[in-house]
Ligand binder design. Structure first.
Ligand SMILES: Cc1cc2nc3c(=O)[nH]c(=O)nc-3n(C[C@H](O)[C@H](O)[C@H](O)COP(=O)(O)OP(=O)(O)OC[C@H]3O[C@@H](n4cnc5c(N)ncnc54)[C@H](O)[C@@H]3O)c2cc1C
Length: 393
């Protein structure tokens, strides 16, 4: 039996986790031991898999488990809530590193994923705001801005619609490019709406269940026996949507945990940044939420320290966020911080950000490594995972 990951009790819950209530108590008696589909991970990937499978076959017996209590995840309840599909510099970088086809495919998948949430959950339930995104540049980044501007027309052609436009720079920035179609949402509310739909459809949940490594599962002629110390489960098919925890289940996977940290300010009068913003080539990001600012990033400055499934905040990164807040974003004001939290993402060893969706054994698929894009990508990753199991609607 593996030791539970060392983040069982997050030191600092995220704003989203504190802002919502979730309980499984009244559904506890409802948990089957024999299921058609066993899903590990109650993040957005695991929940998307469950929702698509439930729609594919409403009578299928499905259980979704997580090592954490039901209102927590490693990333899906601890992110920034950007409903985004790619800033110009991110897209240019992806084209350079992965080629045009791969980069554009990902933009389209992210747009489709966001449309999926809109259809299945709706803007109101996930507190969605169609604010558009903005990539912002300081005066030291004028060359990068001009390079991005020169590419706007060809990027719009590649994406297939006019998403990118030059815009007036907000606050202390010198240049900006608007990203039409991006937005902002409450990831906790999105997840709660999904869980409620799934419970209504008869999908069972089991929290505080640590799935053992694949090497410890037992196969029989009908599927897999997978147990923690309290709950033996037999499953015909399995989807592992454990993202940053995936290496513990499959040590051979090219998955590296990557902590991301955020802070949230008190309400700011005359907020100069009303939408969602990508800065410093995507290494910094911030957004307005209910008059407060959520700011994250800086992982690139402390990379080895940040390759961790820990959800504790650290002085290094939080100090960097404080500096950015008080020197770059609000050079003339002292801004009070009300919340700080961290989550754990998954990338590849060389920073790969293409998700892993692959068959690991008979009836067993892994769907993980969603990088910093999972809010938008999860529904499409889930679709591919279920296709591999012949289960997608
Ligand atoms: C600080 C931060 C900011 C981010 N901002 C954004 C953003 O603005 N927009 C965006 O699109 N993306 C963002 N992301 C990325 C996004 O949150 C993730 O890509 C997405 O949530 C991944 O979803 P998931 O379901 O695959 O993983 P998770 O949400 O991590 O869910 C996986 C679950 O599997 C569970 N698990 C792991 N191992 C086991 C095991 N052995 N047994 C049982 N359970 C297990 C974990 O406890 C976890 O809850 C951000 C991430 C962070 C950390």
């Amino acid at each position: 039996m593996p030791n539970p990951l060392p983040h069982r009790k997050p030191i600092s819950p995220s704003f989203w986790e504190m802002d919502m209530e979730l309980s499984l108590t009244k559904h506890a008696s409802n948990r089957p031991r024999k299921v058609d589909l066993f899903i590990v991970g109650t993040g957005l990937t695991g929940l998307s898999v469950a929702l698509r499978a439930m729609h594919h076959n409403p009578s299928m017996k499905i259980i979704v488990v997580d090592q954490l209590p039901i209102n927590q995840t490693l990333a899906s309840t601890r992110n920034a809530g950007f409903a985004c599909f790619g800033s110009p510099t991110e897209l240019l970088d992806d084209i350079k590193n992965h080629g045009k086809n791969q980069a554009i495919k990902r933009v389209h998948q992210r747009q489709e994923g966001l449309n999926y949430w809109n259809q299945k959950v709706g803007a109101q339930a996930m507190d969605y705001h169609a604010c558009d995104g903005m990539e912002v540049f300081t005066n030291q980044e004028t060359a990068a801005y001009h390079q991005a501007c020169d590419a706007i027309e060809s990027l719009n052609d590649l994406v297939g619609r006019a998403c990118y436009h030059t815009a007036q720079a907000p606050g202390s920035f010198h240049h900006a490019i608007r990203i039409q179609g991006e937005g902002s949402l409450h990831p906790g509310k999105l997840r709660k709406a999904l869980i409620n739909q799934l419970l209504q459809g008869g999908v069972a949940f089991l929290d505080n269940f640590t799935c053992p490594p694949k090497a410890e599962w037992l196969q029989d002629d009908k599927g897999w026996n997978i147990s923690d110390s309290n709950h033996p489960i037999h499953a015909k098919k399995v989807v592992i949507a454990s993202n940053a925890g995936s290496k513990q289940l499959f040590p051979s996977l090219n998955v590296v945990a990557a902590r991301g940290q955020l802070l949230m300010t008190e309400v700011i009068d005359n907020m100069p940044y009303p939408g969602i913003y990508h800065a410093d080539k995507g290494f910094m990001y911030f957004k307005q939420w209910q008059g407060r600012l959520i700011l994250g990033g800086g992982r690139n400055l402390f990379q080895s320290e940040e390759n961790s499934t820990s959800t504790q905040v650290t002085a290094n990164i939080q100090g960097h966020l404080d500096d950015y807040l008080n020197h770059q974003l609000f050079p003339n004001n002292a801004i009070a911080v009300s919340h700080r939290w961290a989550g754990s993402m998954a990338f590849g060893e060389q920073g790969e950000k293409t998700p892993i969706i692959q068959v690991m054994d008979q009836g067993v698929v892994v769907a993980c490594r969603l990088g910093g894009m999972g809010l938008a990508l999860a529904p499409m990753v889930a679709k591919e995972a279920l296709t591999l199991l012949d289960l997608d609607a």
